[in-house]
Each structure stands twice: as structure tokens, then as C-alpha cells.
Design a protein around this ligand. Sequence first.
Ligand SMILES: Cc1cc2nc3c(=O)[nH]c(=O)nc-3n(C[C@H](O)[C@H](O)[C@H](O)COP(=O)(O)O)c2cc1C
Length: 222
Amino acid sequence: MTLSDLNRLLASRYSCRAFRPDPVPKDQIKQILNSAARVPSWCNAQPWHVTITSGAETDRFRTAIQAEAATGTPCPDIPFPTSYSGVYQDRRRTCGWALYEAVGVERGDRTASARQMMQNFSLFGAPHCAIVTSPVELGTYGALDCGGFITAFSLTAQALGIATIPQAALATYSPFLRRYFDIPEDRLILCAISFGYADTDHPANGFRTDRADLSEIVNWVG
Ligand SMILES: Cc1cc2nc3c(=O)[nH]c(=O)nc-3n(C[C@H](O)[C@H](O)[C@H](O)COP(=O)(O)O)c2cc1C
């Protein structure tokens, strides 16, 4: 494998916000999990655990989480960011506006942007959803290790032509997810990954995000 192969894979992945309903074969889901699990973790603890829905169970979950999002109280296991300021606010706005522009939401139209946000709870139409959890006792470092797993999951899936989107939005309703999937109290619910085959014609998949220049993210010492 060359760096250009890897860069092509990294550049081709994007967060998919419209899926076709076709299921992913289980042996391919297993391939993704086996490859994603090759990432490093502190002490090789491999803290990730995933609950994966398929078929009618994804649809049952979709209906249930949509109902929860309509009436439930937000209560993520890991507190969501309290604010985004400076460049973080700029980058957040830029990617939000790119999405809204792609799907035809006018700036300032809060009803339409809320409607687009609620698409999170339809899992963007994905045929599968993975709920990612980490042991409470491993704290932030467990979550850090799981971040690597989530990224590798997305890249491996992409290599197989399978689209993904990590979704912290679902963790808004962690107590509901815990009850629904019988997730033990000693595990933190980090986020979900919805996945399947991209609806490439859908406008929500018609934009790409950019990345900051190296000068913004590195201090060279020496
Ligand atoms: C941990 C994590 C949580 C995310 N949660 C959401 C989410 O709830 N809803 C959403 O639409 N995108 C979510 N995203 C996708 C990001 O918005 C996306 O990765 C970012 O804008 C960069 O775009 P790209 O993935 O297309 O390169 C999440 C990404 C990560 C890594």
C-alpha cells in the first residue's frame, strides 16, 4: 500500500447524510469491525463495544429514537461541548452552512434547520446503526481510544464502498439508548455510527468539508 492509496481513501470518506435502504452483508460488517479493532488503545484495553442494528430492528429503533427526540430530555453520558469559539465556531458554522446550502435551507430559517437536524434521528435512512460504548472506569482515555476505532470503522467501511456517519446527536438521549438496548450502567454511551450505501444523488451528500492549513494546527519545535 502506498501513501497515495491511503490519501485517496481518506479523501473519499465523508459523513453520509442520505442512505439507500439496501442492507450491508453481515460478513462485510464483520470485516469492518475486525479491521477497525486494529487501532491502538492504551494498554491494548480495546475499550470499544458496539451494538449494531440490522433490518427490521433498525426500523424499530428509528421509530423509537424519533419519538424520544420529539419529547425526551437531553441527557448525554458525556457532556456535550459547552461552546465553540474562535476558529472552532468558524469551522462549525462553515460546515453547517455547507450542509444547509446543499439541502436548500436558507440562513436563519430555524424551522428548516431544525427539520434537517431531526434527520439525525431517522438515521438519515441508514439500514444499520452501531451504538459505540466505552467502560466508565476508563474515562476520557477509553473515549479517546474509541475515537480511533470510530475513525477506522469509517475508513474500512469506505474501502468496501460503504458510507458512514458518526452521530453524537443520538447520544443526546443516552438514558433512552441504555434502556432500549440494555446497555450496562458501567459503560458510557459515546455516539452512534449509522452506515450503509450512500444515496449519492441526494443533495445532503453533495458537499464536502475542508481542513485547516497545517499552520493552524502545528507548533514546530526545533
Ligand atoms: C464524534 C463525532 C460525532 C459527530 N456527530 C454528528 C452528528 O450528530 N450529526 C451529524 O450530522 N454529523 C456528525 N458528525 C459528522 C461531522 O459533522 C463531520 O465529521 C465533520 O463535519 C467533517 O465532515 P466529513 O466527515 O464529511 O469529513 C460527527 C462526527 C464525529 C467525529
